[in-house]
Design a protein around this ligand. Structure first.
Ligand SMILES: Cc1ncc(COP(=O)(O)O)c(C=O)c1O
Length: 403
C-alpha cells in the first residue's frame, strides 16, 4: 500500500531519504542500526556472528553487565515489577526513585536531584520550563541537539557563541538587555569533538552578568575528575553550576536523565516541567541499576583512571600516525577524514578489519570536517587499543587521509 499522499513535500522527503539509504546499502556504505547479538566483556561485540572490537560505546567505565548493577536491577523487578503506576507526580513515584535522586544529589554535591525518562527529554523539558518568551538562552555552537531543541522549544531569544570562545560568550552576555533573565548552557565534554568546556571562565562570566548556568554532563560523568564526579571536580570548583544535567544512558548503564541543583529549583521542576508531570516514571529495574552504578563508580575508582589512560594512549597513537584529533583530551576521539566520502571509506575499511566504529558526517559536523568519532572505555586493554590504532592508521594510509 502507498501513502495517502503520493506526491507532497513529506512524501518527497521520505522518498529522497529511502533512495539515499538504498544506494548506501548497495555500496556497502550503510553503517547504522547494526544488530548487536552479544556484548563480550565490555570491549567487543558480536554483529552478524562476527566478533568486533567496540570503539563506538559511551559506556565509558565499562559498567554494562556489572554483577552488582545487574543484581540491583533484578532485585528491583522482584520487588516492584517492571512498570510504574503512571506519571511521577500522581502515582508513579517509588521509593527507589527517591533513593536514586538522593544518590545523584550526593554524587554531584547538590541539594537535590530529579530524574526524567531520557537525557533528551531532560534537556527539552528543563530548558523550556525555566526559560520563555522574552528571556535569553546563550548556547555553545557545538552543544548537543537536545540542548538546541530545548532552547528552540522554550521560545526564548536564542543566541549562540563560537565553540568554547569565552570572548564571544561575554559579548553575547553584554547584548542581553538589562533586567532580562538569561541562561548560559553548554556541554561539559563536547560530544563530537571530545574537548572540555572552559568552566572556570564560564562560571566567572555567569557571575559577572547574573546569568543562570546549565551544564550537560552526558560525556563527563565517570570521565572527568579524580573520582569521576564530573567537570567541577576536574577544575577543582565546587560551586558555580546552577543546573547540573546528565544522562543515565552512557557511563551509567541504564536509561534516563537527571538534573541536580538547589532544592527549591528541583521542587519547582517537579511541579512545573512537563516531562515530569505528563510522562511516566523510569522503570524500577533501570532506576535501581542507575542507583547502584553511581555507587560502583565510587567503590571502583580504578575505572576512572583507566578510561583516561586509555583515552591518552588512543589519542597519542592516532596523532603519532599523523591524524588530526582536534582538541580532544577525553575518551571521545574524533579522527578527522575531511570529506564525507573519506569518512565512509575509513569506516568501511575499519569495519572490514573488525573494528566497530562509526562516521559522523555533515550536517552533524561542518562540511570538510567529517570524521570517525571513536571512543575508548575502561573495558579496553592497552594491546586492544594499540591494535585499533594500527588498523585505523593502515586504512588511513591506504585511503590517503594520512601520509
Ligand atoms: C551531550 C548529550 N546530551 C544529551 C544526550 C541525550 O541523552 P539520552 O541518550 O539519555 O537521551 C546525549 C546523547 O547522545 C548527549 O550526547
Amino acid at each position: 500500500m502507498d501513502f495517502h499522499a503520493t506526491d507532497d513535500a513529506v512524501t518527497r522527503r521520505i522518498r529522497y531519504f529511502s533512495e539515499r539509504e538504498r544506494k548506501a546499502k548497495e555500496n556497502d556504505l550503510y553503517f547504522y542500526n547494526q544488530p548487536i547479538e552479544e556484548i563480550k566483556g565490555g570491549s567487543s561485540v558480536v554483529v552478524r556472528g562476527r566478533e568486533m572490537g567496540m570503539y563506538a560505546s559511551y559506556s565509558y567505565l565499562g559498567l554494562i553487565g556489572h554483577p552488582r548493577i545487574n543484581a540491583a536491577a533484578k532485585a528491583a523487578v522482584d520487588r516492584f515489577g517492571t512498570g510504574t503506576n503512571g506519571v511521577r507526580l500522581l502515582a508513579g513515584t517509588l521509593t527507589i526513585h527517591t533513593e536514586l535522586e538522593e544518590t545523584i544529589a550526593a554524587f554531584k554535591h547538590a541539594e537535590a536531584a530529579v530524574t526524567y525518562s531520557s537525557g533528551y527529554a531532560t534537556n527539552l523539558t528543563v530548558i523550556s520550563t525555566l526559560m520563555g518568551r522574552g528571556d535569553y538562552v546563550i548556547s555553545d555552537k557545538l552543544n548537543h541537539a537536545s540542548i538546541v531543541d530545548g532552547c528552540l522549544m522554550s521560545g526564548a531569544e536564542f543566541r549562540r557563541f563560537k565553540h568554547n570562545d569565552m570572548d564571544e560568550l561575554e559579548k553575547r552576555l553584554q547584548q542581553v538587555p538589562d533586567g532580562v533573565a538569561r541562561l548560559v548552557v553548554a556541554d561539559a565534554v563536547f560530544s563530537m569533538d571530545g574537548d572540555v568546556l572552559d568552566l572556570p571562565k564560564t562560571v566567572e562570566l555567569c557571575r559577572k552578568y547574573s546569568a543562570w548556568l546549565m551544564i550537560d554532563e552526558a560525556h563527563s560523568i565517570g570521565v572527568l575528575g579524580k573520582t569521576g564526579r564530573g567537570i567541577e571536580e576536574h577544575f577543582g570548583l565546587d560551586d558555580g553550576i546552577d543546573i547540573k544535567m546528565g544522562t543515565l544512558s552512557k557511563t551509567i548503564p541504564s536509561v534516563g536523565g537527571y538534573v541536580a541543583g538547589r532544592q527549591e529549583l528541583i521542587q519547582y521542576l517537579r511541579h512545573a516541567s512537563r516531562a515530569y508531570i505528563f510522562s511516566a516514571a523510569l522503570p524500577p529495574a533501570q532506576t535501581a541499576a542507575a542507583n547502584e552504578a553511581f555507587k560502583v563508580i565510587l567503590d571502583e575508582p580504578w575505572r576512572v583512571g583507566k578510561v583516561n589512560a586509555n583515552g591518552r594512549q588512543f589519542i597519542d597513537g592516532l596523532k603519532a600516525a599523523g591524524f588530526d584529533t582536534l582538541q580532544t583530551t577525553t575518551a571521545i576521539v574524533p579522527v578527522l577524514c575531511g570529506t564525507d566520502e573519506r569518512a565512509y571509506e575509513l569506516t568501511q575499511a575499519c569495519q572490514h578489519k573488525g573494528l566497530f566504529v562509526l562516521p559522523v558526517v555533515s550536517p552533524a559536523v561542518p562540511e570538510g570536517m567529517a570524521r570517525l568519532r571513536a571512543t575508548v572505555t575502561a573495558a579496553h586493554e592497552p594491546e586492544e587499543i594499540a591494535h585499533a590504532v594500527e588498523v585505523i592508521a593502515n586504512a588511513g594510509k591506504e585511503i590517503g587521509i594520512i601520509a
